[in-house]
Write a protein of this length. Structure first.
Length: 333
């Protein structure tokens, strides 16, 4: 059932993606804001209570609905529910338009437009970036966005669904990423700021939740890319990035397509409307971007963007083939 739920969700999302401002994501922002306002008293234990309510409670609700549908209506209704949940939490179209617009601008030679689009996407200052740095930033942001919107959700959904927990894993993963980013954003905007204890709990929980999916994504990139180089870069250069999980993904990507990643960070320019959506935006949900040491590889070129697209889609095909084989084995067993 997991295979078909993911397949249908991806197909629907390609045909009719969710709008950036939609009732589902708006409701989740209201929920996260309500939890922090009512349960965040500044102590470490309050931070963890708030995180559990904001993240685990929606996942449990998704699981309860799944079980109720399964018991009282049957597996078709439960699968429809999984498709709906995946549609809200999974998808390329939640970020791919940024990638496509910047790539098209670079291919047409309009670097000014590419800088403007990159700055709009990441709420940063890209006015003085050379062409290779624009490409490098686009690769890094796009790969991490693909991980958080697609592969991370797939990993947690597939793992928990195998134990009969339905779409709870997808909700858990996306909510963990969202609250870590949203509460930190609220603190920067001084709009009922979240306490340091709450931000710390959310950041630590997000790091733990993303630990396994990040490594699964890195392995997938290695398998469908240049395997030996990806693994070597992962082992020797992942620590060059400040965030451990992101470093694993970016190092594996660097080796898989032989591109130099890491370097000067895009300086954020925070504004009242930035980073409030359910979609992931920056390099890290828990920390602002910082300068890093570059990995080995060729200087980033526009041609690498097509390589990244191929890498991501081959990884999706790998995921679907593995899930299809597991589904077939279950049916035959």
């Amino acid at each position: 059932m997991s295979f078909f739920a993911i397949l249908f969700a991806l197909l629907i999302e390609q045909v009719r993606p969710l709008a950036p401002h939609n009732p589902i994501h708006s409701g989740l922002r209201v929920w996260a804001r309500w939890v922090s306002s009512n349960f965040d008293a500044g102590k470490p234990q309050h931070g963890w209570v708030s995180w559990v309510l904001a993240v685990v409670a929606p996942a449990v609700l998704a699981l309860a609905i799944h079980w109720l549908l399964l018991v009282f209506i049957g597996w078709p209704a439960a699968m429809v529910w999984s498709v709906l949940v995946l549609y809200a939490t999974l998808g390329f179209r939640q970020f791919s338009h940024h990638f496509t617009q910047i790539r098209d601008a670079l291919e047409s030679g309009d670097e000014v437009r590419a800088r403007q689009l990159l700055a709009l996407w990441q709420r940063g200052d890209a006015s003085e970036l050379p062409r290779s740095e624009i490409v490098r930033h686009v690769i890094e942001y796009s790969v991490l966005a693909a991980h958080r919107h697609v592969f991370g959700v797939l990993a947690w959904f597939s793992i928990l669904a195998a134990f009969g927990l339905g779409p709870a894993g997808a909700v858990l993963y996306r909510m963990a990423e969202f609250v870590a980013r949203y509460w930190r954003h609220r603190n920067r905007m001084q709009l009922q700021p979240a306490s340091e204890a709450l931000q710390s709990a959310a950041a630590r929980a997000w790091t733990a939740v993303d630990w396994l999916p990040a490594r699964i994504t890195a392995i997938a990139f290695a398998v469908v890319g240049s395997f030996e180089e990806a693994i070597d870069c992962w082992r020797n250069h992942a620590q060059r990035f400040p965030n451990d999980n992101d470093g694993v993904i970016l190092a594996a990507t660097s080796g898989a397509v032989n591109v130099r990643l890491g370097g000067e960070a895009l300086r954020p320019v925070f504004s009242p409307g930035s980073s409030q959506t359910f979609q992931a935006a920056g390099l890290a949900a828990s920390e602002p971007p910082t300068d890093t040491t570059s990995t080995p590889g060729r200087e980033a070129e526009v041609g690498h963007l097509r390589s990244i697209v191929g890498l991501v889609w081959r990884s999706v095909v790998l995921w679907m083939v593995l899930l299809a084989l597991l589904t077939l084995a279950r049916l035959l067993g």
